[in-house]
Write a new protein. Structure first.
Length: 134
């Protein structure tokens, strides 16, 4: 059974999440005016952009993978073969577009000859006052 549409702060935009976890936004088929339609499209585009931006931590981990790969003179293709993925997947990891499972991160650390903590070195601590990660 599909989940009911989520309500948004904008009454003219309906957002829902599909079973795969992707955000879908719908604009009413018959908006009351051209201006309302433009507002709805702009709001939909903003929601989709927010959902598609890579997480800063994923980007940082990806940058560290790329840094180490280049340090040892390894191509994306060679690394991909060693890990058991395509070079396109390595590209997505390095950009932070796709998240890396813990088991794959462990395998990458072994292949690249670094401890897992290497990927998180230089990561800023959260700036939330009530954060448990102090």
């Amino acid at each position: 059974m599909a989940a009911p549409p989520a309500t948004t702060a904008l009454p003219h935009v309906v957002a829902s999440v599909c079973p795969a976890g992707r955000l879908h936004c719908a604009v009413p088929a018959f908006p009351s005016s051209t201006a309302a339609f433009r507002r709805a499209v702009a709001a939909r585009n903003e929601l989709l952009k927010m959902a598609s931006d890579p997480d800063p931590i994923d980007k940082h981990v990806g940058n560290r993978i790329r840094l180490r790969r280049l340090d040892i003179g390894c191509s994306q293709t060679k690394l991909a073969k060693a890990v058991g993925v395509t070079f396109q997947q390595v590209q997505k990891y390095e950009k932070g577009t796709n998240r890396i499972a813990a088991s794959r991160l462990y395998k990458l650390a072994k292949i690249l000859g670094v401890p897992i903590t290497f990927f998180f070195d230089g990561l800023e601590r959260p700036k939330h006052r009530n954060s448990p990660h102090r």
